[in-house]
Design a protein around this ligand. Structure first.
Ligand SMILES: C[S@@+](CC[C@H](N)C(=O)[O-])C[C@H]1O[C@@H](n2cnc3c(N)ncnc32)[C@H](O)[C@@H]1O
Length: 276
């Protein structure tokens, strides 16, 4: 059943988000002091970690993803990598000490404070570039229309693209545009790992209580009534169709352990795609 928060109107959700952010910035000096004592000062400030998801698992989630990428053989130490929706550089922090001198990384995000922190933090490492994505979205302040936005890298240049917890915040038009951009930037042998919440849209009776909103039988469902971009799930057949229409094909699908009937969806489904 949907929680009370799920039904709040958009202005109430905005008030809650602003209050949470203000509290996190107020707590930031304490958090920074604790991190210094623990020798973990390389981490971004608390509000930026929270922007990327649950702050308490910022590093653990990145480590989990890094292990999965190694297991799936998606990354070499001299790869040209794109991190779409990179947030506060959780993955770049994992890779910085492990990758070789030929490694090239570009991360982009609509959240300007995160990109400012990343740019400053990695300023002395020429392998890493961070770009503010000037495109309208529910997560940033930019107003440039979606159609005018391109991923900030050359066509067919990327060996590996990661979109970790990005498609779980994109509306259908954004999904189509970002898949088309993924197709454009991937090298012919390049691969992208996209994470998503995918439910079984071939079974019309399948319930997705973690995503209670959306038309009955629809292939797009979301968690907070007034803010679909907070967490959005797609029917697997519908998402596959969008991937294929973008000129990509799915080479591997790994189901996550988000249950589809739990209040808080956790680990997402993985799709590895490549140019078709
Ligand atoms: C759940 S966070 C994940 C961040 C990062 N990938 C990580 O795993 O730590 C989702 C990120 O997507 C970003 N985002 C949302 N919409 C976006 C868009 N249209 N283009 C680029 N980034 C976007 C948000 O600002 C946020 O940093």
């Amino acid at each position: 059943m949907a929680s009370l928060t799920s039904h709040l109107p958009a202005p109430a959700i905005e008030v809650l988000r602003s209050t949470r952010n203000a509290s996190l910035w107020a707590l930031s000096p304490v958090d920074a002091g604790l991190r210094r004592i623990q020798g973990r000062s390389a981490l971004p400030p608390l509000p930026l970690r929270r922007h990327a998801g649950r702050a308490s698992i910022f590093e653990a989630a990145a480590l989990h993803m890094s292990d999965a990428i190694d297991r799936l053989g998606l990354l070499t130490p001299d790869a040209n990598v794109l991190d779409a929706g990179c947030g506060a550089a959780a993955m770049a922090l994992q890779w910085q000490s492990r990758m070789g001198p030929g490694f090239r990384y570009t991360g982009f995000d609509v959240h300007e404070p995160s990109i400012k922190w990343c740019t400053k933090h990695f300023a002395k490492d020429p392998r890493f570039t961070f770009v503010y994505a000037d495109v309208s979205s529910a997560y940033g302040k930019a107003t440039t229309p979606l159609d005018a936005f391109s991923f900030p890298v050359e066509s067919e240049s990327i060996d590996f693209e990661l979109a970790k917890s990005l498609f779980t915040h994109l509306l259908p038009a954004e999904v189509e545009h970002y898949l088309a951009q993924t197709r454009r930037v991937l090298a012919p042998t390049g691969r992208a790992l996209l994470t998503a919440f995918l439910f079984d849209d071939t079974d019309l009776l399948f319930q997705t209580p973690a995503f209670p909103f959306g038309d009955p039988g629809s292939a797009v469902r979301w968690r907070l009534q007034a803010r679909p971009a907070a967490a959005i799930a797609y029917g697997r057949a519908y998402f596959t169709k969008l991937v294929e229409e973008a000129g990509l094909r799915i080479v591997t699908f790994e189901p996550g352990y988000w249950p589809g009937h739990d209040a808080v969806p956790l680990a997402q489904d993985y799709l590895i795609v490549t140019p078709s």
